[in-house]
Design a protein around this ligand. Sequence first.
Ligand code: KG4
Ligand code: ZN
Length: 345
Amino acid sequence: MLVLGIETSCDETGVALYDASRGLLAHRLFSQIALHAEYGGVVPELASRDHIRKLLPLIDEVIVDAGVTAQDIDAVAYTKGPGLIGALLVGACTGRALALGWGVPAIGVHHMEGHLLAPQLEAAPPDYPFVALLVSGGHTQLIEVKALGEYTLLGESLDDAAGEAFDKAAKMLDLDYPGGPRLAVLAEGGQADRFRFPRPMCDRPGLDFSFSGLKTFTLNTVTKHAQTDGLPDDQTCSDIAYAFQEAVADTLVIKCRRALEQTGLKRLVVAGGVSANTRLREKLEIALSKIGANVFYARHEFCTDNGAMIAYAGCQRLLADQQEPLQVTVRPRWPMTELQGLGVS
Ligand code: KG4
Ligand code: ZN
């Protein structure tokens, strides 16, 4: 089964062709970072318009890259939610219309399920069951994954998502959007012993997160050391970035370890944009090796939004005979625990 995957939930137009027996055949991504940079964040209307411009040309390109024709495509998978409603509608309407025109089924995919399954595209994918840490710009969740589609929420952020906290801290340090990866680079020059930021909600039981206090702590530290231009000197900015990243990474690691202990599972999947963070990965490897657990990630380019994860997730659901009716529905908010399992566990 050859599946065309379409991702348009936020500021990346992603397209891929995944084949159930041959694996990933081709994928392309257009990032709108430059378009939104001058506004310091994603402008939803500009995002939707740009998806309209880029989507069909990218689909043509992956078809050529994969050496197939449109007639070879057996189904279309598109991101149905969660995300920006206008952006989602571009992918959903295009995907649904192409499937109708080609006379093949379509499936609406949950964006976070796409992230969660992205490590399955790697050479040594994790077996089920496992614990998943989903850390993106909009979500921070710990999920027990019994089988594909069978998700139990173990804990989540009560306020900001981890990626959102990275982006906001980066803004305080005058870094351009998207701040997370830029803050990580700035932190490389930071001194380890200069500041110690709080590890929120780690001193009490439970698997929920809260990053808003850490955000305030960061702002207070920036303000305290600000010079006449409103910013601390360059070294202090690096030191703050370092301390912030350490605090977020430690918090995530502590909760992951706790989730593994609570569930008795030995496999952890870390997915979503923040899973690209090198410091988080280093800390996870160390902490998990101590308890004999293994951690799995997607390759770097599939940690952030992409079409490959949507094609893969859609393919699994299509193989289990799930498909979308003709009507186009998108879900800007969509709890992953509402998803149906595939009935294979
Ligand atoms: O999964 P993703 O591409 O989009 C959403 O579904 O939200 O995640 C984007 C988020 C942004 O907040 C971005 O700053 C963060 O992931 N991010 C990082 C890194 N790379 C991306 N945060 C920290 N370190 C990174 N290396
Ligand atoms: Zn995402």
